[in-house]
Design a protein around this ligand. Structure first.
Ligand code: GLY
Ligand code: MN
Ligand code: MN
Length: 437
């Protein structure tokens, strides 16, 4: 992503903030995994969106109209000894030269410098509740300024929710963002196809998961979330991530895995037979989910409500469950009573972007949001029938099926970014069979 893109975003945000305002946003911090080992660093998505700066221990400050520079980046100082042990740092020079900051100070000087930048402004744009320790420090700085008010120091009159403006900006993807999302979608799509081809009874879920690790890392991408590889009964556990069991002949395997590229996520689910051939019962349920997904995708177009795809999926799932006698009653009544939730207990999708469950409101007031060009969402209906489900014939037991694609709202309808992964049963069987032959 080019620096000009981050600059454009900061300008857009500052335009909305107006004068006499300051925005303050901390980066993510390193998180301890165990003893002195850390998890791999992942930058805060809001911070990444506005700065492109991928180091911990940094704070972005925007002061629209400030004479000596509107964009100030606090970050770690260069330190040859620390960098020998822990890796390179941009330092203050790098912040200015490589990340287009107007000014940069050492993060250790935050207490000395930030109160001076805050005072004189009317409002402080920030995000409360994500980093409670930082929130406390910010309140401390403001109180410090308040204590000086009798000396004529101008105290900001209040905090303004930065998320409100920023998350709406993030909801609409630019051309540069879509390029990265297409790349993530394409890498993930390839990985899913490889996983299908590599699946045979007797392999373990973690071995199939390793196909994704390899494919993602080979393409300089990371997992956007913990991969789910659930065979048989595990496919009915929505957030199954142990990925520890053997894959059994005759079972299905549900794989929900997607990578991120420069922070931009993809999110794909496919469900296929471990032995390469759907049983009659598996195929019947699969066809319902596939028809529900198709109906939902058809509803993704500008002007439709956020909830239209979900309503369409619910309708097809409920009708299908009536046809195979897993639900009894009239379609309208079963939908009204949400009877389908016994087998379809989640919603049909979510926004997708720098976070897999991306930011952005789903409602405006009490109305579902209208879909607009540039939004990206997932469409992921499913049916899950755990063993011993009450009043359910055992032929349906342990069938857990979800089909998930990433969909861009275009000016005239939509584009499925992840359509390269087959999802028709015959196509999946052909792909798996080609490998077995
Ligand atoms: N992979 C997370 C989800 O599908 O929402
Ligand atoms: Mn999803
Ligand atoms: Mn998913």
């Amino acid at each position: 992503m080019k620096q000009t893109e981050f600059k454009r975003r900061r300008h857009e945000l500052m335009k909305m903030m107006g004068k006499n305002a300051i925005a303050i946003l901390p980066s993510a911090s390193l998180v301890t995994r165990n003893r002195d080992a850390d998890y791999p660093f992942r930058q805060d998505s809001d911070f990444l969106y506005l700065t492109g700066f991928n180091e911990p221990d940094a704070v972005m400050v925007l002061v629209p109209g400030r004479k000596f520079g509107e964009y100030i980046l606090f970050c770690r100082e260069k330190d040859p000894a620390q960098e020998t042990w822990h890796g390179r740092r941009a330092g203050q020079e790098g912040a200015i030269e490589d990340y287009a900051a107007d000014d940069s100070f050492p993060i250790d000087d935050l207490d000395d410098i930030l109160p001076g930048l805050i005072e004189g402004n009317d409002s402080i744009f920030n995000i409360m509740g994500v980093y409670p320790e930082f929130d406390q420090r910010l309140i401390g700085w403001v109180n410090h300024i308040k204590a000086q008010s009798r000396a004529g120091v101008h105290v900001p009159s209040g905090f303004v929710s930065l998320d409100y403006v920023l998350h709406d900006m993030r909801l609409f993807k630019s051309r540069a963002e879509l390029k990265l999302m297409r790349k993530a979608a394409s890498i993930s799509a390839n990985a899913h196809q490889k996983a299908m081809k590599s699946c045979v009874p007797g392999r373990y879920e973690f071995q199939i998961a390793a196909e994704f690790d390899y494919e993602f890392r080979t393409n300089n991408a990371q997992h956007a979330y913990s991969a789910i590889v659930g065979g048989g009964a595990n496919g009915c556990i929505l957030h199954y991530t142990e990925n520890s069991d053997e894959l059994i002949d005759g079972d299905l395997v549900l794989i929900d895995a997607g990578c991120e590229v420069e922070g931009y996520a993809s999110d794909i689910t496919r469900t296929f037979p471990v032995n390469g051939k759907y049983s009659k019962a598996q195929r019947e349920i699969y066809e319902i989910v596939l028809a529900a997904q198709k109906a939902a995708i058809k509803k993704v177009r500008p002007g439709n409500h956020w909830n239209d795809p979900h309503n369409a999926a619910v309708r097809v799932v409920t009708r299908g469950l009536i046809e195979i006698k897993l639900l009894k009653g009239s379609l309208a009544k079963l939908i009204k009573e949400k009877a389908y939730q016994k087998f379809y207990m989640h919603r049909t999708g979510h926004w997708l972007g720098l976070d897999v469950h991306d930011v952005g409101d789903y409602k405006v007031g009490d109305q579902w949001r209208l879909l607009e060009a540039g939004m990206v969402l997932t469409i992921e209906p499913g049916i899950y029938i755990p063993a011993h489900s009450k009043a359910v014939h055992r032929k349906w037991w342990d069938i857990g099926i979800r089909i998930e694609d990433d969909v861009l709202v275009t000016r005239t309808g939509c584009e499925v970014l992840t359509e390269a992964v087959p999802k028709k049963p015959d196509e999946i069987e052909a792909l798996m069979g080609a490998q077995l032959a």
